[in-house]
Design a protein around this ligand. Structure first.
Ligand SMILES: Cc1cc2nc3c(=O)[nH]c(=O)nc-3n(C[C@H](O)[C@H](O)[C@H](O)COP(=O)(O)OP(=O)(O)OC[C@H]3O[C@@H](n4cnc5c(N)ncnc54)[C@H](O)[C@@H]3O)c2cc1C
Length: 641
């Protein structure tokens, strides 16, 4: 554990983050987070990625009211466009695409994004582990959504040339199972008294490692024998699974669901089902990948939707209850619509960029895009109708004149320590909703309030490139749930080979391991947990994160022969303090239970020549919503002009 850390990106991760709050934004303004780190190819940069140093300081300074103190007078770029899009995520790129469809291919579009790479959350991580080339997803994992893709979003995916139904051709579905690997739970000594890796009795199908395997009585027996849980907890677990009980006799199914919508699953387990607290500790982190929250902040009604134990005896009718989260409502059609590229939905972003600016990424299919190298120097050329300007934070968006009659919008942005203005006929704000009230002050107050109420879910998506996965093989696992650890999920890469890219098939080969952390603060209301989690992620140094990763891997995989100093080839922490769009939660959002207009509907109203997109506009943390909202925003703009 104490051997030298060779791949630490110290300047990137430590010095900059720790002192950033006190320093003027201009000091951090550069065209790259760390120029020595893969200068022409941002996806190959390692260390602190996601919200990387250099990407957020201008926006935070605007939030803190200090930006204009040192900004100076903006320089007029002299550029004019038909459309300026703020935000180069899938929603912003899709908005550019739809605008050109409506206004013609010659329409001039500028896309601004504050990061050194395009795609927003849909980011690609690349690794070279002698001699293997490995890809990982830095954010958006896959084409998947709890509800079916809309006709608009499906048509969009097809237009990009992605044949979702062909996915089984590319995935080695039974790879890990053929090596005898299966999902396990890591119990840690701080939470459960001892470090122990035990078979998971209730593995979930699909997901990042595929092929979870079936739940069998033998598995549960083995688990109960080995798990470091109190004896009472083990009896309670068996009771939950095998002795269904109606905890609310005399109530109708709807009345029971209404009750479940208002208590957390943690409270249901302890106060209603009366189980030992060890059971709560074990389930606590299970919803992290979906909500970035633990079961203390997830409604029991949603836990019922996820098929967690304890509800069989209630005999609830299967229709969704009022206030259920869309993630918790099973939908067979949606489950079948799944496609994972080795770099996740970064491939969607790359296909879009190829469509918008053909010279940037060579090739012509959704398969060859996987290995194609992007030429970042071609993103922003005056000869092209569409330009993508990275490392550029929009700091002010306003109509030139009254919103009802203005002919133009002016967008001011900070880039490389300087501030510029540029003009367009229309603007789409495809950026995070919490940012919009700071950059577009002219919006009506109720709309700004609704925009500001859109929380973001803070997450870490960490990719660790390792030289082989022999330790996983020895321990018999490909996927570890670790409820008490820093990262609560550790998964070997989902084995997909496509377009000439070959995934690792043998334990001796290098592979990318994906680790996930939700920065939640159990016990607080959801929105507060996210606020504290965001501060935590911005103020934790990369060095600390790396130390935690090495410690966790040593403890989990050490008994299988893993040696962090020898086996880790590279670490990329994709830090997303502004991660998933906040989805409404029946425990905390009374309007969600009551029905009626939701804050996101108020927030996304088009104002003059300024329309609002982003997944936040649908309060739904999925790619299809980013597309749906781009389509709506552009339709509203083009209808009026
Ligand atoms: C870690 C993670 C994993 C996910 N996994 C999945 C998945 O598997 N499947 C799925 O369907 N969905 C997934 N999602 C959700 C999905 O990624 C999003 O719904 C979708 O990508 C959002 O796209 P967007 O364009 O709306 O927003 P974003 O991708 O967030 O893009 C908005 C962009 O605007 C930029 N911006 C903000 N302010 C400014 C400014 N002032 N100036 C310039 N630029 C600005 C932001 O930095 C960002 O780059 C995941 C999300 C996260 C965070």
């Amino acid at each position: 554990m104490h051997r030298k850390i060779t791949r630490r990106d110290f300047v990137n991760g430590v010095a900059v983050t720790a002192g950033a709050a006190m320093m003027p934004w201009r000091l951090f303004a550069s065209d790259s987070a760390n120029p020595e780190n893969a200068p022409d190819n941002p996806p190959a940069r390692t260390g602190m990625r996601g919200s990387h140093p250099g990407s957020f300081e201008a926006a935070h300074s605007l939030r803190d009211g200090t930006f204009w103190d040192s900004a100076g007078k903006p320089k007029d770029s002299g550029e004019t466009y038909d459309l300026i899009v703020v935000g180069g995520g899938i929603s912003g790129l899709a908005a550019a695409h739809y605008y050109r469809k409506a206004a013609g291919e010659k329409a001039r579009v500028l896309i601004l994004d504050n990061h050194d790479d395009f795609g927003g959350h849909a980011k690609r991580n690349e690794f070279r582990v002698n001699p293997a080339f490995r890809l990982g997803f830095g954010g958006t994992f896959a084409i998947e959504s709890p509800a079916p893709y809309s006709a608009v979003a499906q048509a969009f995916i097809e237009e990009l040339g992605i044949d979702v139904s062909s996915y089984p051709k590319y995935v080695a579905k039974h790879l890990y199972r053929s090596h005898g690997l299966r999902p396990k739970i890591f119990f840690d000594k701080e939470t459960f008294g001892v470090d122990k890796l035990v078979v998971n009795p209730n593995p979930r199908g699909g997901g990042e490692s595929e092929d979870a395997g079936a739940e069998t009585p033998e598995l549960l027996k083995k688990f109960l024998l080995e798990a470091p849980l109190a004896e009472q907890a083990k009896r309670d677990l068996q009771r939950l699974y095998n002795e269904p009980k109606d905890y609310f006799p005399g109530l109708s199914s709807d009345e029971k669901k209404a009750k479940l919508a208002r208590i957390s699953y943690a409270k249901f387990l302890t106060d209603v089902a009366g189980v030992h607290p060890d059971i709560v500790k074990m389930y606590q982190a299970l919803p992290h990948p979906l909500f970035g929250l633990g079961i203390d902040a997830v409604a029991a009604q949603d836990a019922w939707g996820f098929d967690l134990p304890g509800f069989d005896g209630l005999k609830l009718d299967p229709t969704p209850g009022k206030g259920m989260n869309r993630d918790a409502i099973p939908n067979e059609e949606a489950e079948k619509y799944f496609f994972h590229f080795p770099d996740g939905n970064a491939s969607i972003a790359r296909l879009l960029v190829r469509k918008l600016i053909p010279g940037v990424i060579p090739g012509n299919s959704a398969r060859d895009v996987v290995l194609a190298k992007a030429n970042y120097a071609k993103l922003d050329q005056s000869t092209e109708p569409v330009r993508i300007r990275l490392n550029s934070t929009a700091v002010r968006v306003k109509h030139l004149g009254d919103a009802s009659s203005a002919k133009e919008v002016e967008v001011t942005y900070a880039k490389g320590g300087k501030v510029y203005t540029t003009r367009a006929k229309n603007a789409v704000l495809a950026c995070w909703h919490v940012v919009i009230p700071y950059i577009c002050e002219e919006l009506p107050d109720p709309q700004k309030e609704a925009l500001a109420s859109a929380q973001k879910v803070p997450l870490l998506y960490t990719n660790v490139a390792i030289r082989d996965w022999k330790s996983f093989e020895k321990l018999g696992t490909n996927s570890v749930y670790a409820p008490g650890m820093y990262h609560t999920f550790v998964n070997l890469d989902l084995p997909v080979s496509i377009g000439g890219y070959e995934c690792a098939r043998k334990p001796e080969e290098p592979i990318v391991m994906h680790m996930m952390k939700a920065a939640c603060h159990p016990g607080l209301p959801a929105r507060q947990q996210h606020t504290f989690g965001r501060i935590e992620l911005y103020t934790t140094t990369f060095e600390t994160m790396e130390r935690n990763i090495r410690d966790q891997l040593a403890r989990t995989l050490g008994p299988g022969g893993f040696d962090a100093a020898r086996d880790i080839a590279a670490i990329t922490v994709n830090r997303w303090p502004h991660g998933y769009a906040y989805e409404y939660n029946s425990l905390y959002d009374s309007f969600w239970l009551a029905g009626g207009e939701t804050p996101c509907e108020v927030a996304r109203k088009t104002y003059g020549r300024i329309a609002i997109a982003n997944a936040d506009a649908g309060a739904y943390a999925y790619t299809d919503e980013a597309i749906n909202q781009a389509y709506r925003a552009v339709t509203e703009l083009t209808k009026r002009s």
